[in-house]
Structure formats: structure tokens, C-alpha cells
Ligand binder design. Structure first.
Ligand SMILES: Cc1ncc(COP(=O)(O)OP(=O)(O)O)c(N)n1
Ligand SMILES: Cc1nc(C(=O)O)sc1CCOP(=O)(O)O
Length: 227
């Protein structure tokens, strides 16, 4: 029996977008990025992305391998999909589960062609038009934001909850909201049609990442996302 590809596993379980941890090394202190990522997964994150805007491809490859090793050591390997932001080259080199690409990154079609049918390709979208184009180009899910102002990415374009709802209604692939999502704002995702929340600072800036992630997960488990 052949093993399922990351994409096949994701398609069978789109609920893995429920609490999507997007890593950031801005708040490490004495901690390693690998240990922080493992803590997020231990706390209940259901999807993981390596995002390091200043890293080279070589550095991303090392970071991905370190995180994967840490997950392995902690018995968490394969528990959640684990993709890389922006860098298709790094994803290919390290055999990542997939990539997440933005509107000004390598195109979804190119990422799909290079990574193959088995990889997860997520795409950022700010409008219904972008969402439909990404879906047509083979995206597996959409990241839609920024829903709230965020210091993590101050330049992110604003996307209203109304546009989020319109995007969810327009596409058949799952959608995750992003931007300023934390314990105070997660409830705004109720009845929007999203499959989950992508979170950076509310997880990775926390002193106790396991506990912070657990709290966010408890909230997301209680939010009725259905329209
Ligand atoms: C899940 C998710 N959604 C959106 C983004 C933003 O990606 P992108 O548009 O590529 O912007 P940067 O992350 O590169 O600043 C994301 N990373 N993840
Ligand atoms: C990485 C990213 N992308 C965004 C988008 O709108 O595309 S907003 C964002 C940062 C989200 O960080 P936080 O959870 O700390 O607000």
C-alpha cells in the first residue's frame, strides 16, 4: 500500500487549518525556533508554516530540517502539515509538505509544477478575483487577510470580514483567516465560512507557547465557523 501524499492527507482533513501556526523568530530570546514550533504543535496547533522573511534559502533549509528533527524527537512528526512560506526552492530541497505563496511571490501554477501533485500549495488572496484565480491555478487553500491591523506585518492590506465571507462563498477550497488574530479577535471568524485561523504573534510572542496555543485552540474549538 502506498503512503498518502501531504496533499492527499490535507484534502481528507481540511480541518487541519483550524489553528494554523505561522512561525516567527522575532521573540525567541533563549529559545530555538525548533523548540517554539514543537511547543506550538504540542499546545494544539493543527498546521505549521516556517516563515522567516530575512532567511536565505540555505538558512530556510536548515531551519526546516531542525524543526522537523525536533518534532521527530518529541514524537510529533507527521502530526500536522508543515509548509514553507514563499521559497519553493527550499521546499523542494528539503522535501517539505508544501509551500505558501503570496500574490507577489512565485505563482501558484509554477509552485505546483515544480513541487508536483503531492505537495500542498497555499496562496494568499485579498479579493474574490485573486481567490478564484488561485483556485483555478491549483491552490489547496487560501490565506485571507489582514483581517485586523497587526504589528507583525504593518504593511499588510486590510481585508474586511465581509470580503472574507465573500471569498469563502466564492471558492470551494478551504480558507484560513490571518492578521491580528488572537484570543480577543478569534470569535469574529464565527459564521464566515473559514476553516480556521492563521496566527503568528499570539503564539510565537508568548512566554509560554504551549499554554497560549492551548488557549487559542480551546477558543477555536468553540467558534462556529459555519455560515
Ligand atoms: C496562512 C497564510 N496566509 C497568508 C500569508 C501571507 O503570505 P504572503 O502574502 O506570502 O506574505 P508574507 O508571509 O510573505 O509576508 C501567510 N504567510 N500564511
Ligand atoms: C504573515 C502575515 N500575512 C498577513 C496577510 O494579511 O497576508 S498578516 C500577517 C501577519 C499576521 O501576524 P499576527 O498573527 O501576529 O497578526
Amino acid at each position: 500500500m502506498t503512503a498518502l501524499t501531504p496533499r492527499e492527507r490535507f484534502r481528507r482533513a481540511p480541518e487541519s487549518l483550524l489553528l494554523y501556526a505561522v512561525s516567527d523568530d522575532a521573540w525567541l530570546g533563549e529559545r530555538t525556533l525548533a523548540s517554539c514550533c514543537a511547543q506550538a504543535v504540542r499546545g494544539g496547533a493543527t498546521f505549521l508554516q516556517l516563515r522567516a522573511k530575512r532567511a536565505t534559502t540555505k538558512e530556510l533549509i536548515s531551519a526546516y530540517a531542525e524543526i522537523r528533527d525536533e518534532l521527530e524527537r518529541e514524537g510529533l512528526a507527521g502530526k500536522v502539515p508543515f509548509v514553507i512560506d514563499d521559497d519553493v526552492e527550499a521546499a523542494l530541497a528539503v522535501g517539505a509538505d508544501g509551500v505558501h505563496v503570496g500574490q507577489s511571490d512565485e505563482s501558484c501554477a509554477s509552485a505546483r509544477a515544480r513541487l508536483g501533485e503531492g505537495a500542498i500549495v497555499g496562496v494568499s488572496a485579498q479579493t474574490v478575483e485573486q481567490a478564484l484565480a488561485a483556485q483555478a491555478a491549483g491552490a489547496d487553500y487560501l490565506g485571507v487577510g489582514a483581517l485586523f491591523k497587526t504589528a507583525t506585518k504593518p504593511e499588510a492590506a486590510d481585508v474586511s470580514l465581509r470580503t472574507l465571507r465573500e471569498i469563502c462563498a466564492a471558492v470551494s477550497i478551504p480558507v484560513v483567516g490571518i492578521g491580528g488574530l488572537n484570543a480577543s479577535t478569534l470569535a469574529s471568524l464565527a459564521h464566515t465560512g473559514v476553516h480556521g485561523a492563521a496566527v503568528v504573534s499570539a503564539i510565537f510572542a508568548a512566554g509560554d507557547i504551549v499554554s497560549a496555543t492551548r488557549d487559542l485552540r480551546r477558543i477555536m474549538d468553540g467558534v462556529d465557523l459555519l455560515v
